[in-house]
Design a protein around this ligand. Structure first.
Ligand code: CAO
Length: 245
């Protein structure tokens, strides 16, 4: 038997649920309400597909930890930004937007990466500009500064404009994969979840490998599945390259 769904007016819904037990109401923050509108628009208007893969980061993780121990700001996320910059150069149509009538692709020659920040007020997506011209250490410092500002004071609208590609990392929390919603006018977003050590069979032996799950949602009007699969493989290879000693 399907659930009885109340009509959408606020009074009708509170009355409906209150009939079954105590309730309380909590208004959405301004940021949550704006995010909700953008999510509905993007989910409803962009034909999303999400491609899931894992890339090995045993060596990059060792190198990043070593660099951090030697001093300076070195994080997996910042190196992932650099790996995405390189993969976006290989696949320029991932660093692009469709024009308003969906007939022309606008390719951007700069790389500004937006990233999701979980704040007490809701989700914010600041943009790190000129990622193609910055070193990983500089990007790591900027990620830390901007995400602290987002959590403590909020961000100016201009700090969230001009992105060309987005990364949403839940790696510090957990997960094995998810379906990130594209941050229009981008055509792709990379979701990152928690790296885990797994056994990898090689020849007659087995060795432990640190595997990073990546979930790429893409606009299927612009990107086909084969290129999405190649893009994620390229991110993994470039991560290894950018950490080569
Ligand atoms: N696998 C394993 N460990 C990871 C990891 C991964 N993929 N990513 C980060 N970590 C580790 C870090 O190395 C760090 O370890 P230490 O404490 O030992 O140094 C720890 O997890 C915490 O990392 P962090 O999340 O604080 O920092 P970050 O630079 O990786 O991420 C930020 C920064 C701002 C992206 C993150 O704090 C955040 O807000 N994430 C949530 C994004 C979000 O809400 N996305 C969903 C959007 S859709 O609703």
């Amino acid at each position: 038997m399907p659930q009885d769904v109340p009509d959408a007016s606020a009074n009708s819904m509170t009355e409906h649920f209150a009939a079954y037990g105590p309730i309380e109401t909590s208004p959405l923050s301004r940021i949550q309400a704006a995010t909700a509108r953008a999510m509905v628009r993007n989910w409803a208007t962009i034909p999303h597909v999400t491609h899931h893969d894992e890339v090995e980061i045993t060596e990059p993780d060792r190198v990043i930890r070593g660099r951090r121990a030697a001093g300076g700001k070195h994080t997996l996320l910042a190196y992932l930004f650099k790996a995405c910059v390189m993969a976006l150069r290989d696949f320029p149509h991932f660093n692009a937007s469709l024009d308003a009538d969906g007939k022309m692709l606008i390719l951007k020659r700069y790389v500004n990466i937006a990233f999701a920040v979980d704040t007490p007020q809701g989700l914010l997506t600041p943009v790190i500009r000129g990622c193609d011209e910055k070193a990983a250490e500089e990007i790591a410092t900027e990620i830390e500064q901007v995400s602290s500002q987002a959590r403590e004071k909020g961000l100016a609208y201009q700090q969230m404009e001009g992105g060309t590609f987005t990364i949403s990392s839940l790696g510090g929390i957990g997960g094995t994969g998810f379906t990130p919603i594209i941050n229009a006018p981008d055509v792709a977003i990379l979701g990152v979840t928690r790296a885990q050590v797994r056994p990898v069979f090689e020849g007659n032996g087995v060795r432990p490998a640190l595997m990073l799950p990546l979930s790429l949602s893409y606009d299927h009007r612009v990107i086909n599945g084969a290129d999405a699969a190649r893009f994620v493989v390229a991110v993994g290879s470039h991560l290894v390259e950018s950490c080569a000693e």
